[in-house]
Design a protein around this ligand. Sequence first.
Ligand code: OOG
Ligand code: NI
Length: 264
Amino acid sequence: MERVQALFDGLWKDYTARLCPSAAKVHHLLEEGTPLLNDHIALRTFALPKVGLDRLAAPFIALGYEPKGEYEFKAKKLFARHFEHPNPDAPKVFISELLVGQCSSELQLAVRSLVDQVDEDALNDPAFLYGGRLWDIDFDTYKKLADESEYAGWLSAHGFGANHFTVSVNQLSTLDTVKGVNDLLRQSGFAINESGGEVKGSPEVCLEQSSTMADKVSVVFSDGEQSIPGGFYEFAKRYPLSDGLLYQGFVEASADKIFESTDQ
Ligand code: OOG
Ligand code: NI
């Protein structure tokens, strides 16, 4: 577990410093003396051999994680898989990839020229998972990518890192609903992602989720600095299946809307 913890420490430091500076405030609002438990984190990548989902999963597999559910997001041209560790205290990992081959030839060319810049050696160190962008990109290319796919734009600008951490609402003692968490956050000035409703999912699908809208963060492009959506915070409440154990998977229809937390 020590090596798992070290990897999540690295991911957390990068996420709070670079992608979601307001995470500290969320933590402060919800922390009740005991450290918050993370339900899961999420990573994004391009479905190209050099950097595909399997490549991002490899360091987790090496630490004992196992592949579990598979998810498809046809309209967004995304595929995802989630991974679980035998130790239930280890956060789940949700990794998605953009099916680049289904996108326009312009996007394919632009994305391939970014991924071509990646030094293979850098991918042998698990720290690449929170190493940010391994390529140079100008603002105009970012905007064109984001016009076709918000996901492609986000990933091309930020590179690798956890785009969100997720508080396990089951573990909170003063709040026990996702709606209650949303209300507290709104009172503190946070914008909640309303796409598909402020609470996504239901007890019937054994998972309720919500998220903040991503922080605006400054990104250095090759032709200057710009402010764009970075990372967000998610809240998840899990319900038991008929065997009495909490459902551990994800819900496609809800995840589809959570992706939109990084929209412009
Ligand atoms: C992942 C969105 C899906 C969930 O919990 O359903 C997700 C992303 O935005 O990269 O995190
Ligand atoms: Ni999530």
